[in-house]
Design a protein around this ligand. Structure first.
Ligand SMILES: C[S@@+](CC[C@H](N)C(=O)[O-])C[C@H]1O[C@@H](n2cnc3c(N)ncnc32)[C@H](O)[C@@H]1O
Length: 257
C-alpha cells in the first residue's frame, strides 16, 4: 500500500477498500421506498446505473430488490470487492464497469434510474448530470444519497467529530462550519429531497474501520492514521466499555431528473 500524498481524494478510497467494505453501513429500507415513491420507478425489473458503486453497498441492495445493475467506478480495488461479493450471492448478474461517471461508458437511453450513493460529490456537478440524463430513458430518474452521522443528536458524536476536525487536516464533515450536504439538488430538476433518520448499532472496531475508510483519513500517512484511530479507540472504549455504539445517522436523499 502506498503511503504518499494523494492529489485526487476521490481516488483515495482505493487504498482503504478493505476498511470501506467492512466498516461502512448500508442504507435503511426507507431510502428505497422513498426512491420508488418519489421517482415512480419500481426497482424490481428496473435497469439501474450505480455510479461510484465502490464496494457495492448500494449495488447489492438494488439487486436484492430485483434491479438489474450496471455498476460503474474508476477504482479497481473497490470494484474488485463488489465483484467478489456479487459472485458469492445468488441473483441476476451485475455488470461491473471500470469507468468515470463524468464520461459513462454506456449507450444512450439504457437506464430507468441512475444512482449516486455517497459518490456524486466526487464528480463534476454539471457533466455528471448531463451524462446521467444521456443514459436515462424518458421518464427515468436520478438519485443521490448520503449516510451522514447526525452529530447534533449526541454529545459524544459531536465531540468525536470535533476532535477529528482538529487532528485531520483534510477532515470534511459536520464539525466544519461551512460543511453542508452536496448540492445535487441544484444540479438537476428536483422531484423531492428527504431526510431519513436511523440509528446504527455498531461495535467500536467496525466504527473505527468506517473512520479509516474516509477520504480524509486515507490522505494521511499510515502512521498518522494509526495514531488518530488509536486515540479515538481509547476515548470510545472509555465512554462505552460494553463496546457498542448507538450512532444517530440520517440519510439525505435527493431525487430528480
Ligand atoms: C464514498 S465511495 C461510495 C461507494 C458506494 N456507492 C457506497 O454507497 O458506499 C465513493 C466512490 O466514488 C468513486 N469515484 C470517485 N471518482 C469517481 C468518478 N469520477 N466517477 C465515478 N466514481 C467515482 C470512488 O472510486 C468511490 O468508490
Amino acid at each position: 500500500m502506498s503511503t504518499g500524498p494523494i492529489k485526487d481524494l476521490g481516488r483515495s478510497f482505493d487504498r482503504v477498500a478493505d476498511a470501506y467494505d467492512e466498516g461502512r453501513p448500508s442504507y435503511p429500507d426507507e431510502v428505497y421506498r422513498a426512491l420508488t415513491e418519489v421517482s415512480g420507478v419500481e426497482l424490481d425489473g428496473a435497469t439501474t446505473v450505480d455510479v461510484g458503486a465502490g464496494t457495492g453497498i448500494m449495488t447489492c441492495a438494488l439487486r436484492a430488490r430485483g434491479a438489474r445493475v450496471l455498476a460503474v467506478d474508476p477504482g479497481e480495488p473497490m470494484l474488485a470487492r463488489l465483484v467478489s461479493k456479487v459472485a458469492a450471492q445468488r441473483g441476476t448478474p451485475v455488470a461491473a464497469v471500470l469507468g468515470d461517471g463524468n464520461a459513462l461508458p454506456l449507450a444512450d437511453g439504457v437506464a430507468d434510474l441512475v444512482t449516486y450513493a455517497q459518490s456524486w460529490h466526487w464528480l463534476d456537478p454539471a457533466t455528471s448530470i448531463s451524462e446521467a440524463r444521456r443514459v436515462l430513458r424518458p421518464g427515468g430518474a436520478i438519485a443521490g444519497c448520503w449516510n451522514l452521522n447526525h452529530a447534533a443528536q449526541a454529545d459524544w458524536l459531536a465531540a468525536y467529530e470535533t476532535r477529528l476536525a482538529e487532528e485531520v487536516p483534510a477532515y470534511w464533515g459536520p464539525a466544519v462550519e461551512e460543511w453542508s450536504v452536496p448540492p445535487i439538488a441544484s444540479a438537476f430538476e428536483v422531484m423531492a429531497e428527504r431526510w431519513i433518520p436511523w440509528t446504527r448499532l455498531v461495535g467500536i472496531e467496525q466504527f473505527l474501520l468506517d473512520l479509516r475508510s474516509h477520504s480524509y483519513m486515507a490522505a494521511l500517512s499510515r502512521e498518522r492514521a494509526d495514531e488518530v484511530v488509536e486515540r479515538r479507540r481509547a476515548e470510545l472504549r472509555q465512554a462505552f466499555p460494553e463496546g457498542v455504539l448507538s450512532v444517530p445517522v440520517r440519510v439525505y436523499l435527493a431525487v430528480g431528473r
